[in-house]
Structure formats: structure tokens, C-alpha cells
Design a protein around this ligand. Structure first.
Ligand SMILES: [Zn+2]
Length: 127
């Protein structure tokens, strides 16, 4: 099942890094040790960014090609991911973090919109 990859999707991460560089967005770090392992962290602004893989996080889009085999297995796995996502976001927020989540498909389809929603949060929080 070539389509099914781990949640750490290298192509998506590199695309996000490229977008950040193109728009001159600085101050981010990768490895943070925070719960849920956010993909990007701005410590000063207390902002975390997750780029969610459409398959693993159950996005209802054309990039989410659900495998026909083991349907039940994947459905329950994605459901568990959903619950964990919610738990992670709530936990981070309760610790004063601002959480931004972007879908991997949107990075391709609407990169400007992705950057705009990230910038809205980054600029709204004082350094
Ligand atoms: Zn998607």
C-alpha cells in the first residue's frame, strides 16, 4: 500500500518549509518535545503549526484515497487519530499555545491562504 505512509510526511514538510521561506516567515523550530509533536513551533509567540496528512487525519478531500482493503481497520485507526488530534489541540491550548492546523492538500491548492491563516495567528500574538 504505497499510499499509506506514516504521519511524518517528508514531502509535505518540505513544501511547508519552502512556503515559509518564500514568505519570509522566520523564528520557527522543528523538534520541540511538545505533546503531539507539532511540525513547526514559534516559541516566542507560543504558536504551533500542524500540517495534517489528509489520509491519516481523515480529511474529506480527493487526496484522501482510502484503501479498499481492511476498510474497518483503517477507519478505526483514523478515528483514533481524530480523538488524539482533539486531545493534543485541547492540551496545547490549555497550556497557552495557539494552534494552527493546515491540511496537506491545501498547501498545494491554496498556499497563499495557508500562509495567511498562519500569519494571522503569528502577528496577533505579541513577541
Ligand atoms: Zn485534504
Amino acid at each position: 500500500m504505497a499510499r499509506v505512509r506514516s504521519s511524518g510526511n517528508r514531502t509535505t514538510e518540505l513544501r511547508m518549509i519552502q512556503l515559509l521561506k518564500e514568505h519570509g516567515v522566520t523564528g520557527w523550530r522543528r523538534a520541540s518535545g511538545l505533546i503531539g509533536k507539532p511540525d513547526f513551533v514559534w516559541r516566542e509567540q507560543r504558536v504551533v503549526l500542524f500540517v495534517d496528512g489528509c489520509f491519516w487525519h481523515g480529511h474529506d478531500c480527493d487526496r484522501n484515497l482510502r484503501p479498499a482493503k481492511n476498510k474497518k481497520f483503517w477507519e478505526s485507526k483514523i478515528k483514533i487519530n481524530h480523538h488524539r488530534d482533539r486531545f493534543v489541540v485541547n492540551t496545547l491550548r490549555s497550556h497557552g499555545w495557539h494552534v494552527v492546523r493546515l491540511w496537506e492538500c491545501m498547501l498545494v491548492k491554496q498556499p497563499a491562504r495557508c500562509i495567511a491563516s498562519l500569519m494571522r495567528v503569528l502577528t496577533a500574538t505579541p513577541r
